[in-house]
Write a protein that binds this ligand. Sequence first.
Ligand SMILES: [Mg+2]
Ligand SMILES: [Zn+2]
Length: 269
Amino acid sequence: MAGIVVVFDFDKTIIDCDSDNWVIDELGFTDLFNKLLPTMPWNSVMDTIMKEIHAQGKTIDDIVEVLKRTPIHPRIVPAVKSAHALGCELRIVSDANMFFIETILQHLALKEYFSEITSNPGFVNEEGRLRIFPYHDFAKCSHGCSLNLCPPNMCKGVIMERIQASLEGKKKIIYLGDGIGDFCPTLKLGKSDYMMPRKNFPVWDLICRNPMLIEAEIHEWSDGEDLERILLQLINMVSVDPRFISVDCKLQTFSASNLTLPKPLPVRQ
Ligand SMILES: [Mg+2]
Ligand SMILES: [Zn+2]
């Protein structure tokens, strides 16, 4: 094993759009979405819209067909498979929902590459309607994060702390994300971890504006081709770190000196 856990955001990281917006736009519910959004949390809007979609006669199959057409960069699937083949444990932490994520991953034949998916519960009820619930039941109890960037239904920082507490031994984390919600888990990463923010997206802006808060090494990426190249170079570099080569480990044939990893972003002055 590479001693690395790769944690992916889903929307605009694995797939190239926001899955909630994609489904709503494709099914023609954008106006209703925009009307509801100022009145309740995003996660609650999704459940309300799914109720309306069902009421107007759209079926789960209609939603699945839209999900199967979700845009994804052609290098993402190979990137995930290569990271897995190099011995990394792969996880997803997403503020989308389990139904959307599992449907898309199954369609891409990618689901079995991930050891854990953490997202908002999403399931089809007995009426054939998709229900979407908050990951943290904020009506009962707040997730307790004081960073006002995290939505009430999910603090990815709390989830990151749980992941870190569950890891055995000295595993490094590589986190990939684009959104505002990916900033809180970035703050939980340590000096030996890596953050890969999507360039010119909200989490990248937040990182650039708050360099002193970040301990992890930052490597930006722009598209799926970038993501694949930088992620695999990072994994190869970390894997050949002598601290991660145990006596019975078969030495890999690549050399750290062969790697042309871009310099980390100079966020720590
Ligand atoms: Mg995202
Ligand atoms: Zn948080």
